[in-house]
Write a protein that binds this ligand. Structure first.
Ligand SMILES: [Zn+2]
Length: 246
């Protein structure tokens, strides 16, 4: 399976995963059952106060959480999708929006972090319409922290939305699960990953052996993030003379 190595004429520092992160529901790959429902609820103004996103790593949970945050703060949503053009959308895309608060529960798993949220949650948004708390690896919260969080989930102020993301829903308290609208993200099919990688290589102007891309897509085992990182490594190493063959 020797193919032509991937060549990257620009050889600039590429961060495919971040650069090609979907900025709207319509760009999400392989999670139509999730994006369709979320777009609909935003169109109808029936957004939940707490979401639980379950599924394998790299399937788009945090990305989707950020798109929700953008859609609820967008001044001109298009068919339930953020416009990516108004002030809030641009600020969010630039990573400078103060009302999106991300907490990685893998490294902030204790009660102090949750108390901090509980204290600040009542303050009105600083920039936008809604404050969105994204809690990654939510199953890593300690039991004490989870119980403290439960109180906030029970009576969230109207301007707040919580999005809990987890790869391991079985470790989350049933009382938390029952208070959230749950979405199950799927492992992304390798055909879909292949399609996305092909789009990226074309847009980046890199020549890639389709067989090598197919291999990357399969190897990523359902994680688009892994696939994009692998593709990037391949592009970078090919400029150093490596080949895409196995
Ligand atoms: Zn907008």
């Amino acid at each position: 399976m020797t193919g032509q190595a991937i060549t990257d004429p620009a050889s600039a520092a590429l961060v495919f995963y971040r650069k090609w992160r979907p900025s709207s529901f319509s760009e999400l790959v392989g999670q139509e059952h999730v994006s369709r429902t979320l777009r609909q609820s935003i169109k109808q103004g029936r957004v939940s106060h707490s979401y639980l996103f379950c599924g394998p790593r790299g399937s788009g949970k945090t990305t989707t959480a950020r798109i929700i945050a953008k859609a609820v703060n967008c001044l001109d949503p298009q068919d339930g999708d953020p416009c990516n053009d108004c002030d809030p959308c641009r600020t969010i895309n630039a990573g400078r929006f103060m009302d999106i608060i991300e907490l990685d529960a893998a490294s902030n798993r204790g009660i102090d972090e949750i108390r901090d949220i509980r204290e600040k949650v009542n303050f009105a948004p600083a920039q936008g319409k809604r404050k969105v708390y994204i809690i990654d690896e939510a199953h890593m919260l300690t039991e004490a922290a989870s119980n403290a969080f439960l109180k906030t989930l029970e009576e969230p102020p109207p301007h707040v939305i919580f999005v809990l993301c987890t790869t391991d829903v079985h470790k989350i308290l049933p009382t938390i699960i029952s208070r959230c609208q749950r979405f199950d993200f799927r492992r992304i099919a390798s055909e879909l990953i292949y399609g996305r990688l092909a789009e990226i290589t074309e847009a980046e102007g890199v020549t890639a052996d389709p067989e090598a891309i197919r291999l990357v897509a399969r190897h990523a085992a359902g994680s688009l993030r892994d696939a994009e990182n692998l593709l990037e490594q391949l592009v970078v190493s090919s400029t150093a003379g490596a080949t895409a063959s196995r």
